[in-house]
Write a protein that binds this ligand. Structure first.
Ligand SMILES: Cc1c2[nH]c(c1CCC(=O)O)Cc1[nH]c(c(CCC(=O)O)c1C)Cc1[nH]c(c(CCC(=O)O)c1C)Cc1[nH]c(c(C)c1CCC(=O)O)C2
Length: 356
């Protein structure tokens, strides 16, 4: 298989020369787009959207029809994995994701098993294949999963949490139980990502959204160790092409060297880290993805462009940068400002990295 016509995203992840800095946005398909809200209304709910491959494909493509993006990301959610483990995912209006059966009892934890992604998450694999067909040879498709720690946060807390009290009590009191959850979940994530790669995902990203709430020691033991294991067991090439993997620990700026050691191809950065300093720390080992504050998109267009330029100049010359936000785009973002942002990134003069 050859690479897509626009392979800038893959080139930057692999630190190959590029003619422009590629850009995509976390949650690029979502509620800030009126066409997304319209499809979601037709689907009846967010989960129906995720579970219907045709509709998931439709919303994946919506931001690409509007903006000059360099990659598509599978429309789904990280919580489909614990849902497939039998925890009963639902979305309470205005309250975010919840589980009917959070993991609390020792016997439930002992009974937990990794689902077969080609059976229990068939709808995701079908969506990946459908999106690849629809994209043709245009831009690469990103697959993704939550990290074991981030998934465990939702599985044990039963939903979003302000202080992670339940799971941290388990972490300090019964680390054996938490390790058991993380162990099964890591196996589930490896199988899930490998199935996405076999179905056509050309790069994958691990969202460790809540790694940053852990202490230094706990991050290494309960989050990073499991991501390292996933990287070791991940299919790194498919159809003769390298499949790069991005690891994003939100709030993980102090652990960049350790994250680079997992064997990932790129590190996702939130907006609190200086890109140039991050680059100096990880050297040529990995590419970097990020890291504009999503709230910068609420400023006037000239300020949006100026903030994009600041991120670009912090990274400096050469390849190895994928422009992105430091976290998901807000549902209240004016779509016009997304166009301004992408234009500012694509037209930023690059030196020392041209592909010619
Ligand atoms: C923690 C997490 C979740 N989901 C995800 C994470 C990790 C990234 C992060 O830290 O943001 C990942 C995710 N969720 C979604 C995607 C789709 C791909 C993309 O466009 O980036 C991805 C990659 C769609 C979604 N996932 C969700 C929506 C909004 C659903 C809707 O009401 O239409 C979308 C578009 C729902 C969701 N799903 C989750 C939450 C906390 C919520 C509610 C958030 C909110 O209300 O803003 C769990």
């Amino acid at each position: 298989m050859t690479r897509p016509q626009n392979d800038t995203f893959l080139r930057a992840l692999l630190r190959e020369p590029v003619t422009h800095t590629p850009v995509w946005l976390m949650r690029q398909a979502g509620r800030y787009l009126p066409e997304y809200n319209e499809t979601r209304r037709r689907a009846g709910s967010f989960l129906n959207l995720c579970k219907n491959p045709q509709l998931a494909c439709e919303v994946t493509l919506q931001p690409l029809a509007r903006f000059d993006l360099d990659a598509a990301i599978l429309f789904s959610d990280i919580l489909t994995v614990p849902d497939a483990m039998g925890l009963g995912l639902y979305f309470a209006e205005g309250e975010g994701p919840k589980f009917e059966r959070p993991l609390r009892n020792e016997w439930e934890i002992r009974d937990l098993t990794a689902p077969d992604p080609n059976v229990h998450l068939r709808y995701v694999m079908d969506a990946v294949a459908e999106i690849r067909r629809a994209l043709g040879n245009s831009v690469p498709l990103i697959g993704f999963s939550g990290s074991p720690w981030t998934l465990a946060c939702y599985m044990v807390e039963g939903g979003a949490s302000a202080d992670y009290r339940t799971i941290k009590t388990m972490l300090y009191d019964r680390p054996d139980l938490l390790h058991r959850i993380l162990d099964v979940t890591a196996t589930a994530v490896v199988n899930y990502l490998n199935a996405q790669i076999e179905s056509g995902a050309q790069a994958v990203m691990i969202f460790d959204s809540w790694g940053g709430v852990l202490s230094h020691a706990a991050y290494h033991e309960f989050s990073l160790a499991y991501m390292r294991r996933i990287l070791a067991d991940l299919k790194r090439s498919h159809d003769g092409q390298r499949v790069p993997c991005i690891v994003f620990t939100k709030g993980g700026g102090q652990w960049l060297e350790a994250i680079a050691d997992t064997g990932c191809d790129a590190i996702g950065l939130d907006w609190t880290t200086h890109l140039g300093e991050a680059r100096a720390r990880v050297g040529n080992r990995v590419a970097l993805q990020g890291n504009l504050d999503p709230m910068a998109l609420f400023a006037s267009p000239d300020k949006v462009a100026a903030q994009a330029h600041r991120v670009m100049s912090q990274f400096g010359e050469g390849t190895g940068h994928v422009f992105n936000l430091g976290h998901g785009i807000s549902q209240f973002t004016p779509p016009e400002n997304v166009s301004v942002l992408i234009h500012a990134v694509h037209n930023y003069p690059l030196q020392g990295s041209s592909a010619d």
